[in-house]
Design a protein around this ligand. Structure first.
Ligand code: NAD
Length: 419
């Protein structure tokens, strides 16, 4: 793209991040560490106030880290999109959920693009980090920004750099996880590589935004399919009396060509249950097929009822309305994120079967209109869905309460049955 007529008036190292959640806030802190001044834009007013008071809404960012970034003047959150005009780089980190038909819902992405467009300045780089199907940057975001930008804004650069962060992971973070970068043209690619090289240890240049977008879908679909395989395999092993975990451990001794996945209540979070359906939708849209992925989704959605049936088998004979305590309702250990948690379907199924269900999770204060109970809640069976740090489960055996362990973390303990 020609640079004639382009002029950059902003501070070179000012970054605007749209969306201050699990992706946007850690990115903001990484950029602050790398010397950027960061403006965190979010439409959620109370979240913005909370952040500006130094209280972090995500587990991976401590209040201290946030406080120091704010105190140093390197970071602030705002609901005001006009601050985008101060930025040389704008990254979009908003949710990309499914709609009621379980198809891509790009409402947030469109509104983020609409929000930034009038304020994007000349030579600004706009990057989408949100997960979506190939073509989202080119066919949705770029047309919105180009149509709505000011007349004086002659050139805007665009790239896709899907975030791969794994909340709660103490080894891999925004900085040390290699970052895929696919620009819309040569100049966009150069700008995007320059930006990500300033905040990430390793940047992987790919030939187009579509390759980056598709790679992200492949990564998460790979997990969905393998989890479905192991969930199905678990049911076969259980029917034949073999411990699936012993089988996985044995198979994992092979040094190549095998990667261990573990069974569980299902899949949860904003990524694994959602992103593969962006892939299946995209396949249908272009006249292709993703049969295996669709079936993996069905298999994982069958797991909560399977787990419920296994738990009900542990209820002592004669109890007609069993009291069941679900331990850990967040979709994974170490986080309070209950989005798409399969425990929701587990709870509904148990209630449908006549059980009284309560839950406990030290990371979740309220969920689906109810509050957690204490660990000593009087129950007939406990289901360990997610083994959250800080849950002392030692008393269950002493109280004679059987536990169905879906987290592969209590194997061999008294009173514990593993999936
Ligand atoms: N959470 C993860 O583990 C993870 C990992 C990798 C990629 N992703 C992807 O990153 C994207 C963001 O996910 P997340 O988990 O950070 O979501 P999140 O819900 O934690 O945060 C998104 C934030 O965006 C805000 N928002 C929504 N619409 C907005 C708008 N128009 N303008 C400004 N702010 C807006 C919301 O208020 C929210 O605070 C998604 O596409 C997701 O698939 C998530």
């Amino acid at each position: 793209m020609a640079r004639i007529g382009c002029m950059r008036a902003q501070n070179v190292k000012t970054l605007a991040i749209i969306g201050q959640g699990y992706v946007g806030l850690p990115l903001a802190m990484s950029a602050v560490d790398a010397g950027w001044t960061v403006l965190g834009i979010d439409t959620h007013e109370s979240k913005v106030s909370q952040i500006n008071l130094g209280s972090s809404p995500v587990e991976d960012i401590s209040d201290e880290q946030l406080h120091s970034a704010i105190a140093n003047g390197a970071y602030r959150a705002t609901i005001d999109f006009s601050v985008v005009s101060q930025a040389t780089v704008v990254t979009i980190c908003v949710p990309t959920p499914l709609d009621e038909n379980r198809e891509p819902d790009l409402t947030y992405l469109r509104s983020a693009a609409t929000g930034i467009a009038p304020f994007v300045s000349n030579e600004t780089l706009v990057v989408s980090e949100s997960t979506s199907y190939p073509g989202t940057l080119r066919d949705i975001i770029i047309p919105i920004v180009n149509e709505m930008k000011r007349e004086t804004t002659k050139c805007v650069y665009f790239a896709s750099a899907p975030e791969r962060v794994n909340p709660g992971d103490s080894n891999w973070n925004q900085k040390n996880t290699p970052r895929l970068v696919g620009g819309i043209d040569e100049r966009s690619q150069a700008r995007a590589l320059e930006f990500y090289n300033s905040i990430c240890d390793v940047v992987v240049s790919v030939s187009s935004p579509e390759v980056a977008e598709a790679a992200k879908l492949l990564e998460n679909t790979f997990r969905l399919v393998n989890i479905a395989l192991i969930n199905e395999f678990t049911q076969i092993c259980s029917d034949s009396g073999i411990s699936v975990h012993q089988v996985i451990d044995a198979a994992a001794s092979k040094p190549y060509g095998f990667m261990p996945f573990r069974p569980g209540v299902g899949v949860g979070g904003h990524c694994i249950p959602v992103d593969p359906l962006y892939l299946t939708w995209w396949a249908r849209k272009i006249g292709s097929k993703a049969t295996l992925v669709e079936f993996a989704d069905v298999l994982n959605h069958d797991m909560p009822s399977y787990v419920a049936e296994r738990a009900l088998k542990l209820v002592a004979k004669g109890i007609t309305k069993p009291r069941i305590l679900v331990l850990g309702v967040a979709y994974k250990r170490g986080v309070g994120d209950v989005r798409e948690t399969p425990v929701s379907e587990l709870k509904s199924y148990l209630i449908e079967k006549g059980a009284e269900v309560a839950w406990h999770d030290p990371f979740v204060k309220d969920w689906e209109g109810s509050k957690p109970v204490d660990l000593d809640w009087n129950c007939d069976v406990a289901i360990l869905a997610t083994n959250q740090p800080g849950m002392d489960l030692s008393e269950f055996a002493a109280r004679g309460i059987p536990i169905l362990d879906c987290s592969n973390s209590l194997g061999g303990k008294e009173g514990v049955t593993s999936l």
